[in-house]
Design a protein around this ligand. Structure first.
Ligand code: ZN
Length: 414
């Protein structure tokens, strides 16, 4: 039996697995380019399966290529599951997603070696896809399959940036798209995901670990502002219907609104098109995205009301035609208080300083919340950077997070 303050998790395990996994799809010095269903992704999932088998877990691959490892408990009930995704941005770094898979393996391996068979079954999952980096119009392919949220025929409609459809690519790998519904599970009692923070808050506070209470809600729009195209030299300012002027006012308005509301409200305009896009032409049309997020539903609604009032008013006053398309709308996801308490208790018992926080990024855990209670554990990201070869989390912080995960799983499952 361990003494309470002796670490369960071996930091060499964590460091070695992070390094090995980063070799599949290695990009330059520190980047990783590992898109779903590519040869480097297949090799990485095979490596994960090998580690799970070595750790003595029962390995299972489901209909979309998620890899599962099961440490069977003495009870026959539902499992507590931990893991994350294995795909990356193009290129991304070594930690986004991958660290959650590594931590899950290292934690469960340590638990089995130290305490043997649990009471409750513990599952490890390496999800096939989260990033939307190969298929622009899907993300959470792995976790959506698990919760049964992939709609019939979706695999035929989704087209990869490199050409073929999701269904064609799956076929080539021996995965049958008709069997996607088989990946849906009803044997999960809870899901805990360790992930890099992808933001600067833990670094600001000088803490290695954060315990997530809420995952942000968001709403994404495409705004089309139509005006009257005309000559840039001959059309007096006072008679123009200039959609660029309207777009500029709307864009600075929504950004300032989120800024004034203060943390954790965020609004971003990240993409824009202009027609006809000429130097000496008042544009006909300006289109742009608006992405607004808040982890508190009441505050999210307030932010959205302010945005909608603002762009309606600007368009009316300037005599512009405004069309608003909603591309996604998702309420915040509340983490389970019991799982959050288990994580907080584990951090305290391990003597690892932590804080409660929200997630401004969306994660697979949000999908799992459709079928079970969820929680998340963040580890510090250097300079808050992610989705980049520059993303970095120290072995010490990664191991601290893994230690908290292991102890929380112990408290839950043993
Ligand atoms: Zn991720």
């Amino acid at each position: 039996m361990q003494s309470p303050n002796q670490p369960l998790v071996d930091n060499r395990d964590v460091a070695e697995m992070v390094e090995t996994l980063a070799g599949f799809g290695a990009w330059g010095e520190t980047g990783v380019n590992r898109l779903v269903y590519t040869p480097e992704w297949l090799a990485a999932q095979d490596q994960v399966a090998a580690w799970l088998a070595e750790a003595g877990l029962e390995v299972e691959r489901d209909a979309v290529g998620n890899v599962w490892g099961w440490l069977r408990g003495t009870d026959r009930g539902k499992a507590i599951v931990t893991g994350s995704h294995i795909d990356t941005q193009k290129p991304g770094g070594q930690y986004d997603g991958a660290l959650g898979v590594v931590a899950a393996i290292a934690a469960v391996k340590a638990l089995k070696e130290t305490y043997g068979t649990p009471r409750q079954t513990i599952g490890v999952v390496s999800l096939c896809e989260e990033e939307a980096s190969r298929f622009a119009r899907t993300n959470f392919w792995g976790s959506r399959a698990v919760v049964g949220a992939i709609v019939a025929g979706e695999a035929d409609k989704l087209r990869a940036i490199d050409g073929p459809t999701m269904a064609e690519i799956m076929h080539d790998l021996g995965l049958d798209p008709a069997r996607i519904p088989d990946a849906k599970r009803d044997d999960i009692a809870g899901y805990i995901e360790l992930h890099i923070e992808q933001g600067p808050l833990l670094e600001e506070q000088g803490l290695p670990v954060g315990i997530v209470e809420r995952i942000t809600g968001y709403k994404q729009f495409w705004l089309d502002v139509h005006g009257q195209a005309n000559h840039a030299g001959t059309t007096p300012m006072d008679i123009r219907r200039d959609p660029m002027a309207g777009a500029a006012e709307i864009i600075s308005g929504v950004i300032n609104t989120a800024h004034r509301m203060g943390r954790p409200a965020v609004t971003t305009v990240g993409r824009m098109t202009v027609e006809p896009n000429g130097r000496a032409v008042v544009p006909e049309r300006v289109g742009f995205t608006v992405d607004a997020r808040h982890p508190n539903e009441e505050q999210r609604q307030l932010l959205l009301e302010r945005h909608e009032r603002l762009w309606t008013e600007v368009a009316e006053r300037r005599g512009l035609d405004l069309q608003v398309r909603v591309d996604s709308d998702r309420q915040p996801c509340e983490c389970d208080p019991g799982l959050v308490a288990a994580l907080a208790g584990a951090a305290e018992a391990a003597g690892i300083p932590s804080m409660r926080m929200n997630s401004g990024a969306v994660h697979d855990a949000m999908q799992f919340s459709a079928i079970c209670p969820v929680a998340m554990l963040f580890v510090r990201s250097r300079n808050g950077i992610s989705h980049s070869p520059d993303e970095f989390t120290s072995v010490e912080d990664a191991t601290a997070g893994t230690e908290v995960l292991a102890r929380a799983l112990h408290a839950i499952a043993y």
